[in-house]
Design a protein around this ligand. Sequence first.
Ligand SMILES: [Zn+2]
Length: 321
Amino acid sequence: MSTYRLSGILKAQREVFRHYYDPPSTASRNRLLSYWKKELQTIERILREARVLEQDLNANSRCALFNLNGLVALHFQEAHPYVNMYRRIERIIPHHFPSRKPVLVLQLSPSQHLRHRLRIQNGKIYLQLSVQVLELSDDYPPAITEYLILRAQKRPVPPELKAQIARLEKSFSPPPGATVPERVSPIQLQPRGRFFNLEEIFRQLNRDYFQNTLALPHLGWTQRFSRRRLGFYDSQRNLLNISRILDHPAIPRFVVEGILFHEMLHMVYPIRIQNGRRVVHGKEFKEAEKHFSKHRELQHWLKNELPRLLGQTYKRKRSIP
Ligand SMILES: [Zn+2]
């Protein structure tokens, strides 16, 4: 299966961003964004109908789509990870520009490494952060931006800021296979890992918690060692992935069970729309989650042990030994 490229999306991204930040009038800006809101909905519908997942797109198309969706959400004051990141970065800007606050123009770039760019020009900060920042803590984008601003202004970077960035970047390792974008197709999915067999665990959980009512989905370990997203269920393609980062002897079995259990609940409680918002983990979902016998242990482990393990075991390693 090949990766998909959305033709024209890069050009669209360039033009929409340019026009948005330098519109001939407010009305024309509103028109542009309203047009793109509809356009993006159409693109998403087409992708859905073609059963193309976001991760099937090539890195450039994925980033451009993310940026465009983000800009639309920013304009219409809707929720989007882009908007969160934008707001957090925006907060640090006034400290560095006492007289006139520049406008932030944020885009994620498809770089597989933590390479970022910042340019200050005509009252604007053009910031390109590697899409990999999505794998790191929310504290990272504002910290790295502050660093880049200081560098652009040729001012000294405080050692605390350097230390903070080093700490936040510590958990990052570029995806194995370097620049190959992540692709998931049912055929490539392998439930049998090096240490855990997901199919076996699925059957056990299905018996213990679901009275064997769930049909086996396309189940497997992801190709990438994602830290941020430990599990993922896509109902459109009936695809259930668990991050390969958990297929490791340092990970207790109940953790893999718990993450898989969570994703299996997504098979039972589909995402619904309520008051115009997507409810992914509704009330009944959260209640059902507590039925997992080691629910509390799992929460504790994810909060306390996982960050420690990611810092140690995976430090500067490209793949699991
Ligand atoms: Zn979930």
